[in-house]
Design a protein around this ligand. Sequence first.
Ligand code: MG
Length: 256
Amino acid sequence: MNVKNIFFSSTLLLALCGSIQAQNTQVIAHRGFWNVPGSAQNSLAALTKADSIHCYGSEFDVWLTADNRLVVNHDETFKGVTMQNATEKVCTAVQLDNGEPLPTLQQYLEEAQKLKTRLILELKGHKTPEQETRAVEGIVKMMKAMELENRTEYITFSRHATKEFIRLAPKGTPVYYLTGDVTPKELKEWGCAGADYHFSVFKKNPQWIKECHDLGMKVNVWTVNEASDIEWLMNEGVDFITTNEPILVQEILKKK
Ligand code: MG
């Protein structure tokens, strides 16, 4: 084999490796698949639609209400109701933009039981660690009762809640930390399944992707909606892309 052939074969091999890595990237619908008619962020419709396009997972946000119930919504205060300060009754009286009532976690999981997509549950940061612990306890108990433990992954910006999920969820349940201020090595020491960071964190620290993989951890990235960022992350071999544009990510994946 001459030098030219060796060069050609190596280039081909590298391109093939890149392609295999990219094909392994999985799509997570951020707050469900919501930017289509009839859907809304964190609605039952958004969960169902994410499942219908075969997303690996559907992400959603959870709050503990003032009366220690669990509800699904992103915003701390949504349509004038502050989730942590209001009762479940008040929270669920709020209407989502598609006309659905704001769901309880119980209702959301009952819908999930009919589907296959994985549940990427984000616990929002609460006012006190005690509230977060109560929320984690309630979530883990509900997942067990509804037999959804094996389909669930936990994510949170809170260091306390990250550690509580690791402590209380069944061993092996993936738990990811979102804030982006902790090195892969430290995440591993906490017991995380990997890093789930904003893409700007990986632009700044591209070596963290390999470091996570070398430590046996996964890499999830949020919230990636632009084709150029999606392409870059796929080529870097990230495991999951969390996006508001799941169809776009799927189309780019198909071309790889
Ligand atoms: Mg979220």
